[in-house]
Design a protein around this ligand. Sequence first.
Ligand code: A2P
Length: 320
Amino acid sequence: MASLAPTVTLNDGNKMPILGLGTWLSLEGEGIAAVKAAIDAGYRHIDTAYLYRNEKEVGQAIREKIAEGVIKREDMFVTTKLWNGYHDPEKIAEAFNRSLANLDIGYIDLYLMHSPMSYKFVSWEPENPDAASVPEFTEVDYVDTWRAMEKLLSGGKVRSIGVSNFNSEQVERIVKECKVKPVTNQVECNPGLNQRKLTEFCKKLDVTITAYSPLGRPYYYEKDPKNVPKPALDDARVAEIAKKYCKTPGQVILRYLVDLGTIPVPKSANLERLRQNINIFDFKLTEAEIKVMDEFNNEKRTVPFTLAESHKYYPFKIEY
Ligand code: A2P
């Protein structure tokens, strides 16, 4: 039986399932298959981005599942993101309309500013997310970008807006200076970087935390074990907790992140793991087990955006 994730009510009244499917690197046929399998497994929250170059596939998979009668559009919560190259307020409407057309599912549930950092517009062809070249920066203020995003809400084609990769000061500035509060701040969050401080800070502002790379991108460690911290996935302490609940280490990590109050969006294109990752709502970690999981926190990022370190709005110079 498919397991559904509970929902959280966002600060604008909309409801968001507290676990979703991440789709970075789910491309073409693999992306379509992963999203369809996820919907069959009970996922109702899918996270994509213009940058991921798979909005069309995500949309196609959702439309096919609607056509099969498995879901209705309103059952789904779909997030996509405004890329850094399109922060100029004049570009926001077109950037949004491109995502809307790519997805082709009538409306978008949540539109996020992918980061506070603005890059020079190069083209509407989303860049290769793995490109090693340094982008050309611009100093468009993310507050101006946000104000242009607020205007999208009146068009009825997006239900909620939020931010991603913002630090506490940047979130606070939006809340203080703008009309609409972000419903969420989507940030890297996993046992190695558990974001307890940012989560607490944002909670006071009624802004949720969505956890990307919740499993700590295990393939980064596999490629470069000398420089990348070992993810909790491979640790004996996590294996022991998993054994107690007849769960896998991945499930224990995702449960931990839910217990911390975050909304994880694990990526998987593997049928078995994808099913496991949503099957975490029938157990809960004890306080002692949460303390064990807290030991992994080393504040190290697997996604530090090193290439953008000199950007005026680079978010990771302060503690959180
Ligand atoms: P796969 O797609 O083959 O399942 P993150 O969400 O932290 O970025 O991690 C995504 C990576 O972790 C993907 O490579 C994914 O591979 C793998 N993964 C997803 N779910 C699990 C799991 N439950 N256990 C171990 N690895 C997982």
